[in-house]
Every structure is written in C-alpha cells, then in structure tokens.
Ligand binder design. Structure first.
Ligand code: BDR
Ligand code: CA
Length: 311
C-alpha cells in the first residue's frame, strides 16, 4: 500500500477523505493525521480528526495538532460552509482518544527523515501551513517525499472564497508558494476537478442505503454541507472536494490531468491566493505540478460507498 500522512482541517469533506483512506487498507496505510487551522480553528480541527477516527473505530491512529495560524496572514475560517464545529450535520460523541504530544510539523519531519526516501506521500486537505513549515524547517525532507497530493486552487474555474482564489490556497498563500516551489512532486486537485464530483440525490441515497452508523453520519454531513453548496452553485448537489485526493491514490485512472507550471499570487489584494496555472504551456516556466482536470464522478462515488460499507 501507499503510506500517507493526511494533513487536514475537518470539514465534512475532509472527514469523508479520511474515511475513504481508512476504508482502503489494501491500497493505503495511514501513518498519521496532522490537523491544521482552516475551516475552523485548530482546537476544533484537531478534535474533529479524532471524532472521525473514533467513528471508524480507529482510535489507534496517531493524530497530531499542527499550526494554529497561517504563516503570515491572519486566519480566515469557513463556518458559513461547515457550521460552528466544522463538522456540523452528524451528532457524534466527544472523542476520548488523546492527541499525540508531538507538533504536527515535527511528526511530518520525523516520519520523512526516518522512513526510506520516496515511500511517504503527503495528502493535504486544508491550508498548506504544516507542509510549508516542515519544508522550511527541514529542507532535506523535500527529495524524500514520494508525492504531495493537495486539494487546492483552480485552473479555469475561478475561486470559491474570492472570485480568484480557492479557500485552502487563499488562507495560506505563502505556504502554498513554499510547497509549489519545493521541488517535491506535487499533484494538484483543483476546483475544476472537484466541481465535477457532485453529491447528487442518487449518490447520497446509495450511501444512505448502507444503513450503518458511518453511513448515517456521512449522510448527515452531506445534507448539511450541501445546503450551502446547492444554493450557491445551483447544481444537483455540492462538490465533494477533499476525497478526490485519496481517490487519486486508489484509482488514478478515474482522473485526467497534465503537468503544468503553477504559481501562487501572494501580493495583490484583489487576486490573493490565486493559482496561476499554465495549462496551455504558454510560458517556459518549469512544470512544477501535475494538475488534475476531469474526474469520472460515478466511479469516484463508487469508491466512497465501498469504503463506507467496509467501515
Ligand atoms: C476546500 O475548502 C474547504 O472548505 C474544504 O474542506 C476543501 O478542503 C474547498 O475549497
Ligand atoms: Ca479541507
């Protein structure tokens, strides 16, 4: 299996990404999960990760709290999308499992420096603060990373928190700049991809039909999350962003994409956090990311249902 660290700010879609990983042990080994401030503050994201692990009966997973603030800018949160707790929609118990005493950034560095080079993948589902801090503090990790797969940015799709920027990149554009400039292999899952992975009524019904405690929590989360997105996008369901990162590792043939240069806007207030993707190769700038495009949504939701049914 691929060995991964999930860096995350749950988030209902983050929660489903974690469940997708935990429900595919033959394809994915979750070494640990690091929480970052993003959708809600760190105290809540680090709590929510443990709520999700316990829902999946995986209190054995190492969970570390990481950065509580972006590198340079003040934290922007998204309670308007995810609710007050970040994980509204399902009624789940307070977690009993402890946080690991290590800082998330130390855990990332330690893991990469002790495991064999090229065997650890970082899956980033929130602002890139923890990854950037790790790369800055210990630059020797960059060539040891097998792949960084991140949900963030947009290509032709525009933004979802400002007209130009996607939330994860907008919250910490300076961190994104560090990650895209690190030389590590980056796969970027932009809004262009995730906006094709819509939680249609039929797909939600398929999850509901599983009839387990995990499926009930999932349906609750999706109903909550969707309320905002359906209204906003006028589509038949909300986009399920973060699980696309994990699905890429399990079944890459569901996705199309191409290598591109990606630069991050960090100075203009108007377009702060915009990902400038050279999709058409009109510059000579180095191709520093594999940018995904289309996703076969039915195959993707098939993976989600299968994982939930197994947990
Ligand atoms: C991203 O922002 C968050 O609200 C979601 O969890 C996802 O990671 C989508 O822009
Ligand atoms: Ca997220």
């Amino acid at each position: 299996p691929r060995s991964i660290i999930i860096d995350t700010d749950p988030g209902q879609d983050d929660a489903l990404a974690i469940l997708l990983a935990l429900g595919n042990p033959e394809a994915i080994e979750v070494i640990g999960i690091t929480a970052v401030a993003g959708n809600v503050p760190l105290a809540l994201t680090s709590r929510n990760v443990r709520v999700i692990c316990e829902l999946a009966d995986r209190a054995d997973i190492t969970v570390c709290a990481g950065a509580d603030q972006p590198l340079l800018r003040p934290l922007v949160t998204a309670e308007h999308v995810h609710g007050k707790t970040g994980l509204d929609g399902a009624d789940l118990p307070e977690p009993a499992m402890p946080l690991d005493p290590r800082h998330g950034v130390d855990f990332i560095i330690e893991t990469l420096m002790t495991r064999s080079p090229g065997t650890v993948t970082l899956c980033a589902l929130g602002p890139l603060t923890n990854l950037a801090m790790a790369l800055i503090r210990e630059p020797r990790i960059a060539p040891r990373i097998q792949e960084i797969v991140l949900m963030g940015g947009g290509c032709f799709e525009g933004g979802n928190i400002t007209p130009a920027a996607e939330f994860n990149i907008f919250v910490d554009p300076h961190a994104a700049k560090v990650v895209f400039g690190s030389g590590a292999p980056v796969t970027m899952v932009p809004l262009d991809t995730t906006h094709k992975a819509l939680t249609t009524p039929a797909r939600v019904a398929a999850i509901k039909a599983i009839g387990s405690k995990v499926s009930r929590a999932t349906v609750g989360w999706l109903d909550f999350f969707e309320r905002f997105d359906v209204q906003k996008y006028g589509s038949e369901g909300g986009p399920l962003h973060d699980p696309c990162v994990i699905a890429w590792l399990i079944k890459p043939e569901l996705f199309s994409g191409r290598p591109c240069n990606v630069e991050i806007e960090t100075t203009s207030e108007l377009t702060m956090g915009m990902t400038v993707v050279d999709w058409w190769g009109v510059t000579q700038r180095p191709k520093n990311a594999h940018v995904l495009g289309h996703v076969q949504a039915d195959g993707f939701f098939g993976l989600i249902s299968q994982a939930i049914a197994r947990l």
